[in-house]
Design a protein. Sequence first.
Length: 221
Amino acid sequence: MDQTAWLWGSLFGLGLFHGLNPAMGWLFATGLGLQEGRAQAVIYALWPIAIGHAAAIALAAFVTALIGYALPTNLLLVLTGVVLLGFSGWRLLARFRHPTTRFRASAGELAWWSFLMASAHGAGLMVAPLLVAMGPAAQHAHHGHMHHAPTIAGSMLDATLAVVVHTAGMFAAMAAIALIVYYVVGLEILRRAWINTDLVWVTVLAMTGVIAIGWGMWGMG
């Protein structure tokens, strides 16, 4: 598998990982469905949650694309890794207060809540190293077919496609687990078989930061 295919696959895989995290919204959607007693409420909630998550990822993607147009890829990867490690440390040391919402929420409120959750949990930061690396990989993949330097428009197109691919993975995982919990196990199982997903999330953030720094210093040479 070449580097470009690996990067796109990783973006989709991170989407799956984000979708599995209950803090990203599937728990909220399942709770709404059980509260209202209908699966349609679960599906209804998933769409604005996915849109809010996509907006948070898009913000990180477009900022990364703009900065990446001006800074060397290696430097940007190292800087991204440092920010990820700093953010991971803050999440461990600080008592983070989640944004509050009413349990009954409109589509707009769900989207806004999802945007805040994804932003506060560093979902966009986690994707940023892949977005940084996509620039050189895409140029290499198109070598021989492009006769001019990459443009900001091209970088933005790549960023948009990255958001779509990532969000598709996130939605697939989120929908699958929300409906499985709704139809099969119910929320009661979460009281007996719960893991500290926030600790897992912070660990992955820190690992991503380390990988980004190593990638920037030695891998992108």
